[in-house]
Design a protein around this ligand. Structure first.
Ligand SMILES: [Mn+2]
Length: 417
């Protein structure tokens, strides 16, 4: 046991917080790790640039160039993080045989068997994402909302293929698969028709969801966005569009990416708003700096506040959590680790907050004392609880994990040219 833990436990207990329970609880909460942090969202099925309004900036050496390297890098990241993990894949990470060529509308479960084997060996479930970007069949920046019926057909078929693959993931791993639909569809400049693309988008998603699936196993989501690079004036899948779609389509969840809103909007406030209406919601946890920049998640105020809302609302069984950040300017394995550990810290801090006491102060109108207590909670010895959690999970609590990353960089990453 961490020498300072008993004292920290006692201090928290005085506020009615059982840190042992918090630690045990956190070990059971799955958080999805996005595979695309390892290769700057390149995927394995094309060599072109990243399109669809997203961008990975930086050119740090050592990017994974194939599935073997990506899995090896992810293994190191996983080993350095406490807590329960889930794997988050994009369809562009299908693993084809040597010389095999399969377009995205023809993908089958067998193209993901190696990922299933990988996940099962590590006792992870799998989340999935059809890939509606970085592909030649994006016409004038549009996929599911294109006026071209052939283009829409291709992408609808891709979505349907992904439903079948998601069902396969759930059946193989025994864990429900969250399947997120996001497209970068939109316009750089002022459109002449805003509703037309949205009506086509609506019909296309409905067609994708007409593919049979077990809603207990496959959780389709729709993710909104405010704008993208080169898609500044209009986004087909806006916040209002996706939220309304999810609200009116059973078995479809809203997914909120906290980089996909106006900079002064906060997802921490949207979580409880949506939980008033949706039995289940999904999150992409990221950090946007002035735009949807997908910076590495940190243990910062809004990250903490998002975790607090999930715990406060007693919604751990209702909120599917996935990281969605990617930074090509720093060591990519370290980026994975910092992001995952930051969200773990946020969850643990939330689990160690005396929510009932604070809620009572609010309900009794003791708002001055509420402010005092909220500030006081920031000074509790959280670090000692974190250390104990990491100790129990068999990972380093302090920055010493970084030594392993640096060793790996020397031994492996820098040898990739
Ligand atoms: Mn996202």
């Amino acid at each position: 046991m961490n020498a300072r833990y008993p004292s920290a436990k006692e201090i928290y207990a005085a506020y009615g917080v059982d840190t042992d329970t918090a630690i045990q609880k956190l070990k059971t909460i799955p958080v999805s790790i996005n595979c695309w942090q390892g290769d700057d969202v390149s995927g394995f099925d094309q060599d072109g640039p990243l399109t669809g309004g997203i961008q990975a900036t930086g050119n740090y050496p050592g990017k994974a160039r194939n599935w073997q390297e990506l899995m090896a890098d992810m293994d190191l990241a996983i080993a350095l993080c406490p807590g329960k993990k889930k794997l988050n894949l994009h369809a562009s990470y299908a693993i084809l045989d040597e010389g095999e060529s399969v377009d995205r509308d023809q993908l089958e479960p067998r193209h993901f068997k190696k990922w299933v084997d990988y996940a099962k060996a590590r006792e992870m479930g799998i989340d999935f994402n059809p890939t509606f970007f970085s592909h030649s069949k994006i016409k004038d920046g549009l996929t599911l909302s294109s006026p071209d019926a052939d283009i829409r057909r291709f992408w609808v078929n891709h979505g349907k293929a992904c439903i079948r693959i998601s069902q396969y993931f759930a059946e193989e791993t025994g864990v429900p698969c969250v399947m997120n639909i996001w497209t970068g569809d939109g316009f750089k400049d002022i459109p002449a028709d805003r509703m037309g693309p949205r009506m086509r988008y609506k019909e296309s998603i409905e067609e994708i969801l007409s593919e049979p699936f077990d809603p207990a196993k496959v959780k389709p989501c729709v993710e909104s966005k405010v704008f993208g690079i080169g898609v500044e004036s209009y986004t087909t899948g806006s916040a209002e569009f996706t939220l309304s779609f999810a609200a009116t389509h059973p078995n479809c969840l809203p997914l909120m990416d906290n980089g996909h809103y106006h900079p002064t909007e906060v997802v921490s406030d949207k979580i409880p708003a949506l939980l008033c209406f949706f039995p289940e919601i999904a999150l992409h946890i990221t950090r946007s700096v002035r735009w949807d920049s997908d910076h590495v998640v940190l243990f910062d105020d809004e990250t903490k506040e998002m975790a607090k809302e999930i715990i406060r609302c007693d919604a751990l069984n209702q909120v599917f959590m996935a990281l969605d950040c990617f930074d090509a300017s720093i060591n990519r394995v370290s980026a994975w680790v910092v992001a995952f550990r930051s969200w773990q810290k946020a969850l643990l801090a939330a689990l160690c907050t005396p929510h009932d006491m604070l809620k009572t102060l609010q309900d009794e109108g003791q708002l001055t004392k509420l402010q005092v207590m909220q500030e006081e909670m920031k000074m509790l010895p959280f670090c000692d609880v974190w250390n104990q959690y990491c100790l129990e999970c068999g990972v380093a609590a302090n920055e010493s994990w970084f030594d392993e990353i640096m060793q790996y960089e020397q031994d492996v990453l820098l040898k990739r040219s």
